[in-house]
Design a protein around this ligand. Structure first.
Ligand SMILES: NC(=O)c1ccc[n+]([C@@H]2O[C@H](COP(=O)([O-])OP(=O)(O)OC[C@H]3O[C@@H](n4cnc5c(N)ncnc54)[C@H](OP(=O)(O)O)[C@@H]3O)[C@@H](O)[C@H]2O)c1
Length: 318
C-alpha cells in the first residue's frame, strides 16, 4: 500500500452526513473538522485575537498561508490559547513565489518557524502556477510537480500530517495524480452558492480528495442575496449560517473568515439544524459559476474581477 493511502473514506463521508458529526476523514485517515477559521486579510493584533477567540469558542482548524503574512501572530495566539497542539488543525500553503523542490522545502521550514510549531496538519500548494512565469508556460507544470515532490518528502518526514493543493482544476489534478507517489488529500477551492463547483466536487469525491470551500460567504457578497435571506428568515438563522450549513451539507470543509468575536461564534453555530432538500436545491439554483476571487480555469473567460475587496485579475494556468 505504501504511501498510497487507503482509508475509510466512505465511512468518513457517511459519518459526515450526520448533522451532529463535526468531522470528516481525509484519505490518509487524518480527521479534519468541517469548519475552520479563515485568516486571509487578517493581520497583527486583529488576527491574533480572532484566532484566540476561535480556539476558545471551539474551533480547532485555522487556515493560513505564507502569503497572508500573519503566521507569526497566529503562532503567538496558538501558544497563548493554552490549547494542546494535538487538538489544533493548522493549515498553511506554499506560495507561487516558493515553488520548486528546494524552495518549497525551505519555505515550509520557514512556515513552521513562523508558526512556532514542529509540524503542519495540512500543507497545500497555494496556486497551480508559479510567480513570474507566463501563465501559459509549460514550466508551471514542471514546478508544481517538483513542489509536490517536496511536500511528499515533508509528509514522509512527518512535518506535514497531510498534503494537498489549492485552486487546482480537474486538469491540474489529473496531471498530478498521474505522477504523484502520495495522493493529495485536499483541494481547497472557492465555493459558495454562486459557484457550486459540482463537476470538480464530483471528480474530487471519486478520487478521494476532500474539498475545502474558501470564501464560503462569497467574501461577504452573498449575505444579502434574497434567496439566502429568505431561507435565513424562515429558519430564524443568519444568512452566514445558511451559507455555511449549505457547504457542510455538501460534505466540504467550510473556512469562513471573520475578525469579529460575535461573528466567529455565529459562524460556528451551524451544527444544530439541517437544511431540507428543497432549501439545498434553491441554494444550488443560485449557481452562476461566479468567482469573487480568482479563477485558475482556462475556460472561465467571463470571470469578472468584481470584488472590490480583492481587486482580482483573471489568471489562467496551463
Ligand atoms: N486558497 C486560496 O486561494 C484562498 C483564497 C481566498 C480565501 N481563502 C481562505 O478562505 C478564507 C475565507 O475566505 P474569504 O476571507 O475570502 O471570505 P469569506 O469567509 O467568504 O467572507 C469574509 C467576509 O465576510 C465577513 N463576515 C464573516 N462572517 C460574517 C457574518 N457572520 N456576518 C457578516 N459578515 C461576516 C468578514 O468580515 P469581518 O472579518 O469583519 O467579520 C469578511 O469581510 C480566507 O480567509 C482564507 O483563509 C483561501
Amino acid at each position: 500500500m505504501g504511501d498510497h493511502l487507503v482509508i475509510n473514506w466512505q465511512a468518513g463521508m457517511a459519518a459526515a452526513s450526520s448533522s451532529t458529526h463535526h468531522h470528516l476523514v481525509l484519505n490518509n485517515s487524518v480527521k479534519i473538522a468541517r469548519l475552520g477559521l479563515g485568516t486571509f486579510r487578517s493581520k497583527g493584533e486583529e488576527v491574533k485575537s480572532a484566532v484566540l477567540h476561535a480556539l476558545r469558542s471551539g474551533y480547532s482548524q485555522i487556515d493560513t498561508a505564507s502569503v497572508y503574512r500573519n503566521e507569526v501572530e497566529i503562532g503567538q495566539a496558538l501558544k497563548e490559547s493554552g490549547v494542546a497542539r494535538e487538538n489544533i488543525f493548522l493549515t498553511s500553503k506554499v506560495s507561487p513565489y516558493e515553488q520548486g523542490y528546494d524552495n518549497a522545502i525551505e519555505a515550509v521550514g520557514q512556515i513552521l518557524e513562523r508558526l512556532g510549531t514542529e509540524y503542519l496538519d495540512l500543507c497545500l500548494i497555494h496556486w497551480p502556477g508559479a510567480a513570474k512565469l507566463e501563465l501559459r508556460s509549460e514550466k508551471n507544470k514542471e514546478l508544481r510537480h517538483e513542489t509536490w515532490r517536496a511536500l511528499e518528502r515533508l509528509y514522509l518526514e512527518k512535518k506535514c500530517r497531510a498534503i494537498g493543493v489549492s485552486n487546482f482544476t480537474q486538469q491540474h489534478l489529473e496531471c498530478l495524480l498521474s505522477v504523484c507517489a502520495v495522493r493529495p488529500s485536499v483541494n481547497q477551492v472557492e465555493m459558495h452558492p454562486y459557484l457550486i463547483q459540482k463537476p470538480l466536487r464530483e471528480y474530487c469525491q471519486r478520487n478521494e480528495i476532500l474539498v475545502q470551500a474558501y470564501s464560503p460567504l462569497g467574501v461577504g457578497n452573498l449575505l444579502a442575496d434574497p434567496v439566502v435571506c429568505d431561507i435565513a428568515s424562515l429558519r430564524k438563522r443568519t444568512p452566514a449560517q445558511i451559507l455555511l450549513r449549505w457547504g457542510v451539507q455538501h460534505n466540504v470543509v467550510v473556512l469562513p473568515k471573520s475578525v469579529k468575536k460575535e461573528r466567529i461564534q455565529e459562524n460556528a453555530a451551524i451544527f444544530d439544524f439541517v437544511l431540507s432538500d428543497e432549501e439545498m436545491d434553491r441554494l444550488d439554483g443560485l449557481d452562476q459559476s461566479h468567482h469573487f476571487c480568482w479563477s485558475p480555469n482556462e475556460d472561465v473567460d467571463q470571470c469578472r474581477p468584481l470584488n472590490i475587496h480583492t481587486g482580482i485579475t483573471l489568471m489562467r494556468v496551463v
